[in-house]
Design a protein around this ligand. Sequence first.
Ligand code: SF4
Length: 376
Amino acid sequence: MLCYIHVPFCSRKCAYCAFVSQVPAAGDVQTYVDALLQEIAIQGDLLGRRTIATLYLGGGTPSLLPARVVEAILTRLRRAFRFSDDAEITLEANPESVTAHHLHDLVSLGVNRVSIGLQALDDDSLRLLGRRHSARQGQAAVHNARLAGVQNLSLDLIWGRPGQRVKTWLDELRQVVALRPEHLSCYSLTVEPGTPLEARCLARELELPGEEEQGKMFVYGSEYLESHGYLHYEISNFARLGFQSRHNTGYWEGRDYLGLGPSAVSTLGGRRWANPDSLADWAEAVRAGTLGQDGETLTLEQRLTELVMLRLRTSRGLNLRGYRRLAGISFMQQHAAKIQALSKRELIRIHGGYLRLSREGWLVADAILSNLTADG
Ligand code: SF4
């Protein structure tokens, strides 16, 4: 089983952020920790001490939590669940809250993978995104992680930023590769409704790069990373051999996951539920023992749609035999005309019993996937 813990706190809200996170008011962290420890104990009992293969502390900014709080969380988890001997334990960190000392404490507690939200290596972009750190702090955070003994380091980057061009993106990737991370997540900037970034785009103060420019950033950027030893194993993810995120791979493979904390989603044995977004509502639901009561059992149609949507974002692709086993019908027969058209345009490939999108296919993945999962 995969386990995700949502830490809903940040020291400031970024201009593009639509995640569930808030600047903590007095008492919020204590409320969170008390309820989280209780939620862990409840779920451990309900799930009969299931084994956790991967744990991911995400957010928000988990690196804001003091080491003693992370220790309390891990201790409670170890009491309530079993852990695989080689469990992957990831913690997300933001550069401004990373010191070698803090990370060293986290590593001693068992954190064996750190994901740093670098996002950009140029100060103008970082300001525009509303990030709290500078490019220099980002580089220092990577250095500190290595000093602390982190051997599996992932860096998050955002591309397609206002003012960015293919050349500046490739220059940035050159600097990132020089930092020698084991893993990279490169997400295209999404303008989320209700964010300050959206307001500035609507006011035409900011403009995202055009479609063609973005397409080149994706294709040339991916080629550059592959030529430097990073496997492009999912649309937005790159890893050195053996360093693919086991946690995220588990999601894409449809494994069971337990989500703890405000807004966290769980899917276990085909049943899905989501925790309340607000800290107060979630903590109240934990106390009342009502979490998960409004869950739903996924229908076969929902499971098939998710299978296609998630697998076609990976380089491995969709296992056609696996699909047939679940659906009772061949995917190729179901979508013969669409697949033929996509294949003709070299957006899709079939090889060794797997159907995959080509890199050009990934570029328009949203359109392809909604087309393939639409009725008819
Ligand atoms: S650090 Fe992440 S979660 Fe926190 S405000 Fe920024 S984007 Fe949102």
